[in-house]
Design a protein. Structure first.
Length: 233
């Protein structure tokens, strides 16, 4: 049978529906947690590392959170002289990369410095039942995009143990930025044996040099499920 572009589109559509039907069966029950990643002033318009439309996801996240008994929030929480800041590397500009002992590190504008207004959670975030706020990236010499594991790949934040001890099996991730902290958190959730879902429309990406598409490919390969908020039961 010949299959033109139209056929491919239909097949893709069917696949999309199958994924949707499966996802719709997945509810945010007691064994699930919503992880709200880095919805902080620095990452929304007006902030030092602003993610385009980063503020627009806040009402949706508030609404989604009402459907979860278990909610964890994260805060990027750097020292003022953090190694991920371009300002700490002579001659380097934000969005360039350097090699560090643990691997490649993209350099960023100064952001989310411990105790500053920029590091505070966005004030319109309205999730009073959130149970844990996990801070990450507080070691001067190591970044931590993931809420589970620092960028050295061996220093745990403790979140995996916390979730396991509470009987959590399924992790839903929303927030900022899709291609960095959301992606790394979701992939590490898989590595630690959790089911992982990223709710795409409740995230926004930085998309530096194709990083958004790359991150979705990496997440797919890691077994992370890409869903939309409307796919939730
Ligand atoms: C993030 C870059 C640097 C994030 C944090 O939250 O995605 N991105 N620090
Ligand atoms: Zn950071």
């Amino acid at each position: 049978m010949m299959m033109g572009l139209g056929g491919v589109a239909v097949a893709a559509g069917l696949l999309g529906k199958a994924g949707l039907a499966q996802a719709a069966k997945v509810s945010a029950g007691g064994k699930s947690v919503l992880i709200v990643v880095d919805v902080q002033n620095c990452f929304v318009p007006g902030g030092s590392l602003a993610v385009k439309e980063g503020d627009q996801i806040v009402p949706l996240i508030n609404k989604l959170a009402k459907g979860f008994q278990n909610v964890v929030m994260t805060q990027d929480w750097h020292t003022a002289d953090h190694v991920s800041f371009a300002s700490q590397h002579a001659g380097k500009k934000p969005f360039e990369a350097v090699k560090l002992p643990y691997g490649n590190q993209v350099l960023w504008p100064d952001h989310c410095v411990q105790g500053t207004e920029g590091a505070a959670l966005v004030k319109d975030l309205d999730i009073p039942h959130a149970q844990l706020v996990i801070r990450k990236g507080y070691h001067r010499n190591v970044d931590s995009y993931s809420a589970f594991m620092e960028a050295d790949g061996k220093t745990a934040t403790g979140l995996g143990g916390y979730l396991r001890q509470r009987g959590i099996k399924r992790v839903f991730v929303v927030g900022l930025a899709t291609d960095f902290c959301v992606a790394w958190t979701a992939m590490d959730a898989r590595k630690q044996g959790f089911e992982a879902y990223v709710i795409e429309d409740a995230c926004r990406g930085i998309d530096a040099q194709g990083s958004l598409a790359k991150s979705w490919a990496a997440m797919k390969a890691a077994g992370v499920r890409r869903i939309q908020s409307g796919d939730l039961a």
